[in-house]
Design a binder for this molecule. Sequence first.
Ligand code: 13P
Ligand code: MG
Ligand code: MG
Length: 388
Amino acid sequence: MAKKITLSSIKADIGSIGGHTRPTQAMMKGAEQCVKDAIKKGLLVDGLAISTGDDINLLMSHTYGVNAESVHTFAWNCFKDLTKIAQKQGLYGAGQDLLVDAPAGTVRGAGPAVAEIEFERDAHSKDRPAEAFLVFAADKCSPGAYNLPFYLVFCDPNHCGGLLLSPKMHKGFIIEIIDMDYKSRDADRIIQLSVPEGAWDVVALLHDINRFAIKAIYSRYKEDEQIVSVSADRLHNIAGTYTGKDDPVAIVRTQGIFPAPEEVVGPFSETFYVTGDARGSHTMPLMPVAINTPVTGKYCIPIVSCCAFSMDKDGKFGGLSSSHSYVDMFGQVYWDRARFQAQEQAEIMRKHGAFGVAMAEKTELSYTGLEDTLKVLDKEFKIKKHTK
Ligand code: 13P
Ligand code: MG
Ligand code: MG
């Protein structure tokens, strides 16, 4: 029997050890316990807690749809409980991403990053008898970090052979792009473009990784099928002040009528430059890392993790059960070359210090120090007439 299942990935920075590194074991155990209890109570079908850098990602399957108050409230309360542990342990940035006192039904706009997809789970379906999916979590960068990798997967047959080889993918996709400068807590400014014919327009928008981001991608072969969801909210635009970067999560359904996991992870070996890094204010390469990796390198190099899952007919994906589990996609030796490359790119970039593209553009600077200094200096400028 087919049933509707929703996958929700809700991620927040609740505090970390010795700076913006990683949560403590006590916090991760606490997160796992929250998920276990919610499964027992019947709220969640399955669930899992993983960390990437200083962020904790709750990955959950359930039957309540996207933006479900019950699931969002559960995630919020879990993060609140973890904040208490972080406070008790004296951790840095305890409760960092919980920006309001209580969320109004949904945690969107309240601090945590949210990616969600609802779909029909039908083990007898012609197109998707098996449900395979990837979950990405990136730290020290913003949602535009996925723009180029996902553009290459869904719009460029040189990077994704499936666009040429699979007749069902050949029909193309609908790319939903969000304007992250739009300031509203309860509405998004979005545009939908069909590819391949609209691919150049997609680039026209997505090249500006600080303003535009992919929010969702849908199949054109089966239009009601959502393939991708990205947490593309810019919280400093909504909250008004900087409270850390909007470290993004993404869910990507794979195989069959969608790109294969190997096609989706491929572009991440290029370690493209993104905005983020130390104080959220630099341009640095995005390094693929194993899950639960702390941020300990020089500066705060942006990192991304990826796990591959399979879902059974009931919506279970091996979350907390050891019987069938997940694959840590970037945790393998293949990605070592990309890690070295990212380190080399990072060193070269940071040799530029504050000059040129090394420091993020003005609108992205997460601290006001530079702006304050420029305001003072501006008053000291004088107009000096040319002498003959
Ligand atoms: P996070 O957004 O991951 O908390 O990092 C903030 C920061 O400024 C690191 O230097
Ligand atoms: Mg942090
Ligand atoms: Mg973070």
